[in-house]
Design a protein around this ligand. Structure first.
Ligand code: ZN
Length: 212
């Protein structure tokens, strides 16, 4: 019941963009407190390296998954989390991420598709990127500094999410996850190897799913 009340506060603006910057603290806490934190899958786990299934049932089970994803994201101190990062083969990601204007965005999106930017509007940003599924590693990766993703909310309504800077990076990174790509797959061979070395040498600060 509390969930209905919380979700009904989320809506879209005139252009169909999810309003994800309001009541962030309360909304994130509500999801997380209903959910249970789960261990994070890491590079090499097959669920991370194939396209996830489309969400077709916008039901209580999906709502519970989203709650668990927010709980897991908080435990691992992430700014975004895709379902396959807790071992679930479904196209949904959650985020709790700041943009470059200092605005916090909290939301969840199902079946996301990255919209193509007009070539003239592509400005690349080569900041560092990391991933909960490649623990303790970071690498610089050029990505457009603005992104628009379209998909559906947890009830199946069509929504779009847009962001700049670090949040744009997050939207692209999480969408990639659901198509079976990690950010290290976009690096040069040498940088990828270096990221895997950083991971091998580090110790994650959260529970991970061991690979067989
Ligand atoms: Zn990631």
């Amino acid at each position: 019941m509390a969930q209905q009340e919380t979700d009904e506060q989320i809506s879209v603006d005139d252009e169909g963009f999810l309003i994800d910057t309001e009541d962030c603290e309360a909304r994130e806490a509500a999801y997380r407190e209903r959910g249970t934190s789960r261990p994070i899958t890491v590079v090499g786990n097959p669920v991370l390296h194939k396209e996830c299934k489309d969400v077709t049932a916008f039901d209580d089970e999906l709502a519970r998954l989203i709650d668990d994803m927010f709980a897991s994201q908080r435990t691992a101190e992430g700014v975004g989390l895709a379902a396959n990062q807790i071992g679930v083969d479904l196209k949904v990601f959650v985020y709790d991420c700041m943009d470059d204007d200092g605005a916090r965005h909290v939301g969840a999106i199902c079946n996301p598709v990255l919209e193509e930017l007009p070539p003239g509007e592509r400005v690349l940003d080569d900041s560092n990127e990391g991933c909960l599924s490649v623990p303790t590693a970071y690498a610089a990766l050029a990505r457009p500094d603005y992104a628009v993703v379209r998909g559906q909310d947890a009830r199946g309504n069509p929504v779009r999410v847009r962001g700049n800077g670090y949040f744009a990076r997050c939207l692209q990174h999480e969408t990639d996850h659901l198509y079976g790509y990690l950010y290290i797959d976009r690096l040069s061979k040498r940088d990828r190897k270096d990221a895997l070395r950083q991971m091998a040498e580090g110790t994650p600060r959260y529970e991970v799913v061991p690979n067989d």
